[in-house]
Structure formats: structure tokens, C-alpha cells
Ligand binder design. Structure first.
Ligand code: 5GP
Ligand code: ZN
Length: 112
């Protein structure tokens, strides 16, 4: 499958890695929207949040554990935002589920 994030997960495409374990990888976004902008992805291909089910949902909880763990290393003690864009209306451009970990500035609400 021609998926950029599968290729990052298997090392075919390089990335600025922040964290990796058996099931997930976290790396800096190519086009940062905040002083800290890291993407956390499962290594297995899940297209979007619409494809989360009983079989694959374990890794989603793990991604939030990883976010909590790496937020300290990234200096985000003052807080952060986790964003998951899903589908066309959600503004998803890469169709391998990913969680944006954004921090280092005050975030606005509601998002655009
Ligand atoms: P989406 O719009 O799907 O929620 O987010 C996709 C994100 O992936 C964007 O923030 C974009 O900058 C980032 N991105 C796309 N291609 C690459 C890449 O090859 N490497 C990295 N590090 N980030 C990428
Ligand atoms: Zn993929």
C-alpha cells in the first residue's frame, strides 16, 4: 500500500523521531503549526478514526499514554492539545490515523 505514514513507520521514509516502541512511533511534523508539533501514529495501518473498532482500539489508548509520557520530555508541562483530523470534513490529508500533539503556545478555541 502506498501510504506515507506506513513508510515512516517501517523506516522507508526518514523522520525526526521523538519516540518509538513496538506499536507506535512519534515524530516531528514536516510543517509545524506550533513551536512543538509532533505526530503520534500506530505502526499498523488504520485509515482514520472511522476505522477504530474492538480489534484495533488498544493502540489508541496507548497513543494517549505515549503523549503523556513524551509531553514532559518536550517541555509541555504548561499543557498541550491533541488533534485527530478525520475524513474530508475533519481536514484529514494523510489517510493513516495520526494524532497531532501541539504545544509551546496558547491554543485557540473553537478551531477553524
Ligand atoms: P492531517 O492534515 O492529515 O491531519 O495531517 C497530516 C500532517 O502530516 C500534516 O500536518 C503534514 O504536515 C504532515 N506530513 C505530511 N507528510 C509528512 C512527511 O512526510 N513527514 C512528516 N514528518 N510529516 C508529514
Ligand atoms: Zn499507513
Amino acid at each position: 500500500m502506498d501510504c506515507i505514514f506506513c513508510k515512516i513507520a517501517n523506516g522507508e521514509i526518514p523522520c525526526k523521531k521523538v519516540y518509538e516502541d513496538e506499536n507506535v512511533i512519534a515524530f516531528h511534523d514536516l510543517d509545524p503549526q506550533a513551536p512543538t508539533h509532533v505526530l503520534i501514529i500506530p505502526k499498523t495501518h488504520i485509515g482514520s478514526a472511522m476505522e477504530i473498532n474492538e480489534e484495533n482500539s488498544g493502540v489508541i489508548g496507548h497513543i494517549y499514554e505515549v503523549a503523556a509520557k513524551i509531553s514532559g520530555d518536550l517541555g509541555l508541562e504548561n499543557g498541550f492539545r491533541i488533534v485527530n483530523n478525520c475524513g474530508e470534513d475533519g481536514g484529514q490529508t494523510v489517510h493513516h490515523i495520526h494524532f497531532h500533539l501541539l504545544g509551546g503556545r496558547s491554543m485557540k478555541w473553537p478551531p477553524g
